[in-house]
Ligand binder design. Structure first.
Ligand code: HSE
Length: 455
């Protein structure tokens, strides 16, 4: 049988990796897929550079639509990125009856509902293993490997740039801005790292995982997104002293009503989180990714690997090519659904607003070191019915000596008060924080970082 023909839109780092791995491992891949898989046409604005990557046997054009229009092409790989032209081209490829493989998490997290509906109507597949956690086959695991389970929660380190920065901050005791500059110099962080450091990239990925885990539509607009830009070295150090590490987590969690045991909502959030140092995922360092999935039957499972890079991401792209090669002749109704659940069986379980999220907290208060301050702070927590789990006080000399009071009085002895709480609703914590912040003896904005036990 002649090889299945693939057209590639955009040949950057991942595209080149895909071309090279496909060529290098063609025999093994063919033995698995039952048929050869060949990239025969590439579209890239820089034709000369693209041609130098793929050699003279592959047709290179500057117009992506020429690839989509080619009747010999069965599968289109979209590696352009972004929501603009990439969206148009993916929809046009679907309309032309091509199967699509994409690594574009932003596109699917925002426009996935429209794209998957178009694909289902046309009877083609849109595969996106490479969109979440690069080389880790987490989409396959969630969609197929864990299909027996009622998934309870997912927590992932799904952005390598921020994990690299947090690892460096912890190792070297440096603040965020210093490490970011170093990460950019080393090429770990993009020149414009906004999507990474503000948590947007992780939110795209966890949005996709939430849809597959719970059978809900992709709803990036409902995700709570907070990045790592405000984290200080002091909090990383205090967390460590309390037995925790701080990681940027993407979390998707099922919320169950205690009385009825029914699912009442889904928490969908990205923010820095304290996690116990003893958890395996707390020890994922540098640019690596890891995802913990908790299923009711299987318990906790952990997936670890490279979340970005040329060949790790190519590994995921090619896995999708093999899946499509095996399945494209199968009746569309018998294929694995895009989002794991049958399109007619999707749930309208709401994504909960952040105020309804239940979690525990790390609080750091810079306070005047005076009698009664601690009692006032814990009094507010007690009145709010927020239970304290652990506390730590760091003496004035350790936190920089004397400070300036809210009335401008100089020379006030100050100290850092660190409090870990038990679970409470975010709205309740927000109200208590506002009261604590208003105390004249609280001398600086309170630091609040959420905490996850991941047990
Ligand atoms: N920029 C991402 C990261 C990789 O740092 O993990 C692509 O999603």
């Amino acid at each position: 049988m002649k090889p299945i023909q693939v057209g590639l839109l955009g040949i950057g780092v991942v595209g080149a990796g895909t071309f090279n791995v496909l060529k290098r491992n063609q025999e093994e891949i063919q033995r698995r897929a039952g048929r050869g898989i060949e990239i025969t046409m590439v579209a890239d604005l820089d034709v000369a550079r693209a041609q130098s990557v793929v050699g003279p046997d592959v047709t290179v054009v500057s117009d992506a639509r020429a690839v989509i229009a080619n009747p010999d092409i069965d599968i289109v790989i979209e590696l352009i990125g972004g929501y603009g032209i990439a969206k148009q081209l993916v929809l046009e490829a679907i309309a032309a009856g091509k199967h699509v493989v994409t690594a574009n998490k932003a596109l699917l997290a925002v426009h996935g509902t429209e794209i998957f509906a178009a694909a289902s109507a046309k009877g083609v597949m849109v595969a996106f293993e490479a969109a979440v956690a690069g080389g880790i086959p987490i989409i396959k695991a969630l969609r197929e490997g864990l299909t027996a389970n009622r998934i309870q929660w997912i927590a992932g380190i799904i952005n390598g740039t921020t994990n690299f920065i947090l690892s460096e901050m912890r190792d070297k005791g440096l603040d965020f801005s210093v490490v970011l500059k170093e990460a950019q110099r080393l090429g770990y962080a993009e020149a414009d790292p906004t999507f990474d450091i503000e948590g947007v990239d992780a939110a795209h990925k966890v949005t996709l995982m939430s849809a597959i885990a719970f059978g809900i539509p992709v709803q990036f607009d409902k995700a709570y997104v907070e990045g790592i830009t405000k984290l200080g070295a002091a909090d990383i150090k205090y967390a460590e002293q309390l037995g925790y590490r701080i990681k940027l987590l993407g979390i998707a969690k099922r919320r169950i009503d205690d009385a009825t045991k029914r699912t009442i909502g889904v928490e969908l959030r990205v923010h820095p989180s304290l996690i116990p140092s003893k958890r395996l995922i707390a020890n994922v360092e540098g640019a690596m990714n890891a995802v913990v999935v908790n299923g009711d039957a299987v318990g906790n499972t952990l997936y670890y690997g490279k979340g970005a890079g040329s060949e790790p991401t190519a590994s995921a792209v090619i896995a999708d090519l093999v899946d499509i090669t095996r399945l494209h002749t199968v009746d569309a109704a018998n294929r694995v659904p895009h989002l794991a659940f049958q399109p007619g069986a999707m749930s309208d379980t709401p994504v909960l607003p952040m105020g309804d999220v239940v979690t525990s907290y790390y609080l750091r208060l810079r306070v005047a070191d005076q009698a009664g301050v601690l009692a006032k702070v814990t009094g507010i927590l007690a009145e709010s019915n927020i239970s304290v789990d652990a506390m730590l006080q760091r003496e004035a000399d350790e936190v920089g000596g004397e400070g300036t009071g809210p009335d401008g009085t100089r020379g006030i002895p100050q100290t850092d008060l660190i409090i870990l709480t038990h679970d409470c609703k975010e709205a309740k914590m927000n109200a208590a924080l506002a009261q604590m912040q208003a105390l004249p003896t609280v001398l600086a904005p309170i630091v609040r970082i959420r905490k996850e036990e991941l047990a």
